[in-house]
Write a protein that binds this ligand. Structure first.
Ligand SMILES: [Mn+2]
Length: 324
């Protein structure tokens, strides 16, 4: 185990631009034995072989780690997730560029090691196709999953350009394989011009709940999250966040941007609420394409903060004793 803070121990924090690149400067290991006792482990899934448009999400895990700041108390929630939880950066899954099946197998194996240690995996993508190995690894221990899915797109195509394993198809595949329970699956933030009637009919037939951006506008984000929490209910839940749920004006670094999306403050709050109210057993943040260094990359910066809200929500839930 490497603690990147060691050389700055007398100061209690290290400058963001120095030392080993780990999420929020947390301890780093690639040894599954050292996951013992961890509450959460961060895993990078640096792959983008299966995108339908602009690639570049392979660079996101490093960029999100580099955009972070030292740990600290969440001003609004009044808790320091990194003090309340044992968070470890478990490094990147050993993906192979140009071999998406091997990369998915590596991601499933690495996430599975986190799950086997009893920790919650938080996966930094990567394109959204990693949802399949991520959730398969989690469901292998917890059984069929509820799913809260923030995205501009449904990702429920049966194929994209005739390709069945794509960043546009993981949710179709996961429901068809019984890994995600359609009745406990809520999509939030949908808008734009894809998919078509065939996919939407399939969704209705499988009991999937779709909350569009029009719903977020008309109902408020508070009401949308209340409905989502009620629909997903008790039992294991996976949280999947596609950064393109945000408006491209606030998160421009993504491959299939769609105008008219959520604002950062709404999403940050919503992610914390979901993590506080539901029994999260895993999470992923996908589709970030960085183009700048450190916190100058606004999309990677928001991604870092989304993960912190998620960790804050998990910490609040455990503090409140509702983690049964
Ligand atoms: Mn997506």
């Amino acid at each position: 185990m490497i603690d990147p803070l060691t050389r700055w121990a007398e100061h209690g924090e290290k400058p963001d631009f120095t030392g080993l690149l780990s999420f929020a400067g947390q301890r780093y290991t690639e040894d599954p034995e050292e996951l013992a006792g961890a509450d959460v482990a961060i895993v990078g899934a640096a792959t983008d072989d299966l995108v339908s448009d602009r690639p570049g999400t392979r660079f996101a895990p490093r960029a999100i780690r580099a955009a972070g700041c030292p740990p600290g108390r969440h001003l609004g929630a009044g808790i320091d997730a990194f003090a309340a939880l044992k968070v470890i950066d478990y490094g990147d899954a050993p993906v192979l560029p140009g071999d998406p099946l091997a990369s998915h197998a590596a991601i499933e194996r690495t996430v599975g090691e986190v799950v086997a240690a009893g920790a919650i995996p938080v996966v930094l993508g990567g394109d959204h196709s990693i949802a399949e190995p991520d959730m398969r690894a989690v469901a292998a221990r917890h059984g069929p999953l509820g799913l809260v899915h923030f995205d501009a797109h449904t990702d429920t195509g049966s194929e994209v350009f005739g390709v069945t394993r794509s960043h546009g198809t993981p949710m179709y595949r996961l429901v068809e394989q019984g890994i995600v329970d359609g009745a406990r699956y809520v999509q939030i933030g949908l808008r734009g011009y894809w998919p078509g009637e065939r996919e939407l009919t399939w969704q209705r037939e499988h009991g999937i709940t779709s909350l569009f951006m029009d719903d977020v506008r008309a109902l408020s984000i508070e009401e949308v999250i209340e409905r989502a929490v009620a629909t997903v209910g008790r039992g294991p839940v996976f949280l999947s966040i596609d950064i393109d749920v945000l408006d491209p004006s606030v998160a421009p670094g993504t491959g299939t941007p769609e105008p008219g999306g959520m604002g950062a403050a709404d999403l940050l709050w919503a992610v914390r609420m979901v993590a506080t109210e539901l029994d999260l057993v895993g999470a992923e943040l996908v589709e970030v394409i960085p183009t700048a260094i450190g916190s100058a990359d606004v999309t990677a910066l928001i991604a870092d903060r989304i993960v912190r809200e998620l960790l804050t929500g998990i910490a609040l839930r455990r503090e409140g004793g509702s983690d049964d």
